[in-house]
Write a protein that binds this ligand. Structure first.
Ligand SMILES: Cc1ncc(COP(=O)(O)O)c(C=O)c1O
Length: 389
């Protein structure tokens, strides 16, 4: 007999679409992929060089399970400079990717009786990670019929019923929305009043547009320090998805248990990757900012093209590299749901997007603009054709 908890996990609902796209590619067809969740840029040269240098310099042995001290120190400095709060060395650890940060946080905090509040649309892994701990995910919609927003008052009734953890993705995957400072402040105050933890998944924090200020939880309300866990990543900012480096800032007691669990599971993140991440951070080059400005240019392009399609409602993203238009009215009478529409887009037009169902919200599609301008133009024109045709 298998473990009961593992049987609750679902394989990604988009897998069948990925398989279809691959079949078409294997047949030599040009497939336009607007579904990827990673930068289309290669890892910058100076970071690659640092990785090679680390290997040549024999930085190839185990490190402390919590990661090398130099990288933790560098992250503390950057966080203090950019977000106005100074953590100490026992309040940070490095992981093989930030997905593992979220996995460890959930497993250290949650037991079977616990409820976890997750705004919808959510990043695909949150509910599955929570279910694996035996706890129960509770969802609240952040779509108000016109656009996306995070509004504290909407979460309050569920918070009052008792939650152990609130998971916030900001800037959000899939909507690109950043929680506003006033709402975040209310949430932080509530974390103390109603005794829950707030996990802020900041993996897109550096990819933000329109000169927006990212509201830093602990600058806004440092009193909530014992209630806040911050999960960060090198994957998106530095185009380092395959190197697997992420990190957590949080209360020392929780970090300690996370270290124990990491030491008994993955051990340290790959050593050369940690040294490459250290250089990525301490010797940051212009090209990091240039990638962000390029995403911003593509966001403007994709947003303006989508806005021209009748009956589509769309919120302008403030960060990350996704658009999440509401297409339900536009496809009404032609397709049963957005999964069927996405299937049709692949089969007839060879365009791959992710249906809203994957994020808990039917009626939407996620379009990634971590793609070339040509693909964005052609892909969106085919989406329009599929809707109008
Ligand atoms: C919202 C969000 N959180 C976390 C991750 C995990 O990133 P990584 O494990 O590569 O650091 C991703 C990756 O797609 C993401 O979109």
């Amino acid at each position: 007999m298998l473990n009961e908890k593992i049987k609750k996990l679902k394989i990604s609902s988009t897998l069948a679409l990925v398989v279809k796209a691959k079949e078409l590619k294997d047949q030599g067809k040009r497939v336009i992929s607007l579904s990827v969740g990673e930068p289309d840029f290669p890892t910058p040269e100076y970071i690659k060089e640092a990785g090679i240098k680390a290997i040549r310099g024999n930085k190839t042995k185990y490190t402390m399970a919590s990661g090398i001290k130099e990288l933790r120190e560098a992250l503390i400095k950057v966080y203090e400079r950019e977000q106005g709060y100074r953590f100490n060395l026992n309040e940070i650890m490095i992981h093989p990717g930030s997905k593992f940060s979220i996995f460890l946080i959930a497993n250290v905090l949650l037991s079977e009786k616990d409820r976890v509040l997750i705004p919808k649309p959510y990043w695909v892994s949150y509910p599955e990670i929570v279910k694996f701990t035996g706890a129960t995910p509770v969802f609240i919609d952040s779509w108000n019929g016109k656009n996306f927003y995070y509004k504290f008052e909407d979460y309050l009734p569920e918070i009052k019923k008792g939650i152990k953890l609130f998971i916030l993705s900001s800037p959000s995957n899939p909507t690109g929305i950043i929680m506003k400072e006033e709402e975040l402040e209310k949430l932080l105050k509530a974390a103390i009043e109603y005794d829950f933890y707030l996990l802020v998944d900041e993996c897109y924090r550096r990819i933000i547009y329109d000169n927006s200020e990212y509201p830093s939880p602990l600058k806004i309300f440092p009193e909530a320090k014992d209630r806040v866990l911050i999960s960060g990543s090198f994957s998106k900012t530095f185009a380092m998805t395959g190197w697997r480096v992420g990190f957590t800032f949080g209360p020392e007691e929780i970090i300690n248990y996370m270290k124990i669990l990491q030491s008994h599971s993955t051990s340290n993140p790959a050593t050369p990757s940690q040294y490459a991440a250290l250089v990525a951070l301490t010797d940051e080059k212009d090209e990091i900012e240039k990638m962000v400005r390029e995403y911003e240019r593509r966001r403007d392009l994709a947003y303006s093209l989508l806005k021209k399609i009748p009956k589509i409602k769309i919120t302008k993203p403030e960060g990350a590299f996704y658009l999440f238009p509401y297409v339900k009215d536009a496809i009404k009478g032609k397709f049963k749901n957005t999964y069927e529409f996405s299937e049709h887009l692949i089969e007839k037009f060879h365009v791959v997007v992710v249906p809203g169902e994957a994020f808990g919200t039917e009626g939407f599609i996620r379009i990634s603009y971590a793609a070339s301008e040509e693909d964005i133009r052609e892909g969106i024109s085919k989406i329009a054709e599929a809707i109008n045709g």
